[in-house]
Write a protein that binds this ligand. Structure first.
Ligand code: PMP
Length: 293
C-alpha cells in the first residue's frame, strides 16, 4: 500500500485528521526551498523514548532555520503521545515535521505559515534484521558533510538529507545497506541516518559531532558505555584509521544499535562491546513498568 494511502490519523496543525487527507499544496515553501525540519522518534511499550529531547531539538532546528514553531514543547509532546494512543501502536516510529507553507512564493517567506504535522507508523527494523547482527555493509559516500559555515549542520533540516538520499541510493545500487560520509575536512562523520562508533582495545571511539547531527541515541550509547566502565573517546577520526578498529556499529533512533561488518575495504567483526551495547540499549528504551514484569 502506498504510504499516503494508509489508514489511521495524522496530527496536522493542532487537529487529528484522517491519514489520507493530510495533504499540502504543490507551492509549499518547504518543498521548493527545503524550509523544513523534522524529528524521528521511537515508542517502546507505548512510551516515546526521550520525547522531550526530540521535541526540543525540533524547536531548536526550526530556530536555526529562522522560524518559531507555533506550538509549545508541552503541546507537541501531548500531540505525539495522544496520536500514539489513537494509532493503537505500542512500538512505533514517530515523525514530527515543521515547514513553511504556501502563502507566498519566493526565497523570502516572512509571512508564510509555520505548519506542524506528526505521523506515526510501524517501522520494526531500519536495516535488514537478518544482516543486522552479522553486521551490515557500508559504502564510502562521495558527498561529504558540509562545513558548518556552508549549511546549518546542527539542525535536523530536510535540506541536509539531499546528500544523504543521493549517498544511500548510490550505496544501495552497489549492494550496500548504507554509506559512511566523511566531512569536508576528510574526517569520518556519520552514516546517512545514524551516527558511527568504533572499538579498539576495549575502548570506544566516535567522531566529534561538530558538523553532523549529535544524535540522541549517540548520547545515550555514550552514557551506557560509561556506565559499564568502557572508555569513550570523542575525537577526530581519519578514514586511514579504520583498519585499526576491531568493531564498528551505527546508532540512531531508527537504526537503534546496528553492528557494521564492512566499510568499503575495511572489515570489522561484531564483538563483545557491540553486543553488550545492543542489549543495553534495548533495556534502556524499554519502559521500567514493562522491564519489571
Ligand atoms: N545522523 C543523521 C543524519 C540522522 O538522520 C540521524 C537520525 N535522526 C542520526 C544521526 C541519529 O540521531 P538520533 O539518535 O537522534 O536519532
Amino acid at each position: 500500500i502506498p504510504f499516503d494511502q494508509l489508514d489511521g490519523q495524522i496530527w496536522f496543525n493542532g487537529e487529528f485528521i484522517p491519514w489520507r487527507d493530510a495533504k499540502i499544496h504543490v507551492l509549499t515553501h518547504g518543498l521548493h526551498y527545503a524550509s523544513a525540519v523534522f524529528e524521528g522518534e521511537r515508542a517502546y511499550g507505548g512510551e516515546i523514548f526521550k520525547l522531550r529531547e526530540h521535541t526540543e531539538r525540533l524547536i531548536e532546528s526550526g530556530r536555526i532555520l529562522g522560524f518559531t514553531l507555533p506550538y509549545s514543547a508541552e503541546e507537541i509532546d501531548t500531540a505525539c503521545s495522544e496520536l500514539l494512543r489513537r494509532q493503537g501502536f505500542s512500538d512505533a516510529y514517530v515523525r514530527p515535521i515543521a515547514w513553511r507553507g504556501s502563502e507566498s512564493m519566493g526565497v523570502s517567506a516572512q509571512k508564510n505559515r509555520i505548519n506542524v504535522a506528526i505521523a506515526i507508523w510501524q517501522w520494526p527494523s531500519y536495516f535488514n534484521p537478518e544482516e543486522r547482527m552479522k553486521g551490515i555493509r557500508l559504502d564510502l559516500a562521495e558527498y561529504r558533510r558540509p562545513d558548518p559555515r556552508t549549511a546549518p549542520s546542527r539542525a535536523k533540516a530536510s535540506g541536509l538529507y539531499m546528500i544523504c538520499t543521493i549517498s544511500k541510493h548510490a550505496a544501495e545500487a552497489k549492494g550496500y545497506a548504507d554509506a559512511l560520509m566523511l566531512d569536508w575536512r576528510g574526517q569520518v562523520a556519520e552514516a546517512t541516518g545514524a551516527n558511527v562508533f568504533f572499538v579498539k582495545d576495549g575502548a570506544i571511539h566516535t567522531p566529534t559531532p561538530d558538523c553532523f547531527l549529535d544524535g540522541i541515541t549517540r548520547r545515550t550509547v555514550i552514557e551506557l558505555a560509561r556506565r559499564r566502565g568502557i572508555e569513550v573517546n570523542v575525537r577526530a577520526i581519519m578514514p586511514e584509521e579504520l583498519s585499526d578498529f576491531s568493531e564498528c556499529f551505527l546508532c540512531g533512533t531508527a537504526a537503534e544499535v546496528t553492528p557494521v561488518a564492512e566499510i568499503g575495504p575495511y572489515r570489522f567483526a561484531p564483538g563483545e562491546i557491540s553486543r553488550q551495547l545492543v542489549s543495553d540499549y534495548m533495556a534502556e528504551v524499554t519502559p521500567k513498568r514493562i522491564a519489571a514484569e
